[in-house]
Design a protein around this ligand. Structure first.
Ligand SMILES: C[S@@+](CC[C@H](N)C(=O)[O-])C[C@H]1O[C@@H](n2cnc3c(N)ncnc32)[C@H](O)[C@@H]1O
Length: 280
């Protein structure tokens, strides 16, 4: 494809990717070309009306994408709210629905100098967004996987987030009862609910997907316990979870003496994908 025009290479790539079952073949082809050309996707669309040649290495990247390697692993970048995060093998690619979870915290903080911790930070998407959008906040994060921690370090160091390698069950124990906000998007997929998309099943780390136990609830409930331990009275907790877990999490938290104002929140598609509560 490198000797062909950008326009014909994009058309050919789109059909290769569509054939491979990639959900947004034209957009992915444009984003791969944009990555190689160092241009925006919009500029690539404009260049496709000129006699610009296809970039060197385009067909190789398209072939990898056709093998369902995540687009973000090929470009090395994921976009989350206003952040451009470095990602690759070993780290969970942040999802758009998690932007709503970060929004709940950012709205709650309302620019105040709160002390906030993100449990299971992965690439650092939630912690990094909060640090960027609530610059007065003091932001902490913990990640168990050394590989993911490496990516988080790269993304969070410039934003001043204090990152630890460790288990959310025991993280920041010396600071128990001192946080204003705890947020977490832990692993929560039930054991037998293996994701269909090869990008997820073959490339997201197993430790980022499965929550533990048949219902995937072990880590979400560990995050609830960690939040109760870390928050001061009146502190705010937000947890992302699967839609099928919303009712159980609501009931479990409402039954605990630790929490007031337990509330379920919809994602952008109206699905019950997050729960918040106030530490009593
Ligand atoms: C679903 S991913 C979410 C990552 C990131 N918060 C996001 O929203 O993109 C869950 C993350 O929790 C990490 N994790 C799993 N078990 C953990 C534990 N016990 N303690 C801390 N982090 C853990 C995984 O390695 C993974 O990075």
């Amino acid at each position: 494809m490198s000797s062909s025009s950008l326009a014909s290479a994009l058309a050919a790539a789109t059909s290769v990717l569509a054939e491979a079952g990639v959900p947004s073949p034209r957009v992915d082809a444009e984003l791969l070309a944009a990555h190689l050309l160092g241009e925006s996707a919009g500029r690539v669309r404009a260049l496709a009306y000129t006699d610009t040649p296809a970039p060197e290495g385009f067909s190789e990247l398209v072939a990898e994408r056709a093998r369902r390697v995540p687009l973000q692993h090929l470009t090395g970048k994921a976009y989350f709210r206003h952040l451009e995060l470095s990602v690759g093998p070993g780290v969970f690619v942040p999802r758009p629905e998690t932007e709503t979870v970060a929004q709940l915290v950012i709205d709650h903080a309302a620019g105040r100098p709160l002390k906030i911790v993100d449990l299971g930070t992965g690439s650092g998407a939630i912690a990094g967004s909060i640090a960027q959008e609530v610059p007065q906040a003091e932001v902490f994060a913990v990640e168990l996987s050394p590989l993911a921690h490496g990516w988080a370090e790269q993304n969070l160091a410039p934003l001043g987030v204090r990152l630890e390698l460790g288990d959310l069950r025991t993280a920041f124990e010396e600071q128990n009862g001192t946080f204003d906000v705890v947020v977490s998007n832990p692993p929560y997929i039930p054991a037998l609910a293996v994701p269909n998309e090869p990008e997820v099943a073959d490339h997201d780390p197993v430790a980022a997907l499965y929550g533990g136990g048949a219902d995937g609830m072990e880590l979400p409930l560990a995050a609830v316990a960690a939040a109760a331990r870390l928050l001061k009275a009146g502190g705010y907790f937000v947890l992302e979870h699967a839609e099928v877990q919303a009712e159980t999490i609501f009931e479990r938290m409402a039954a605990l003496a630790d929490w007031d104002a337990v509330a379920t929140h919809p994602d952008l598609n109206g699905r019950a994908r997050a729960t918040s509560a106030i530490r009593r």
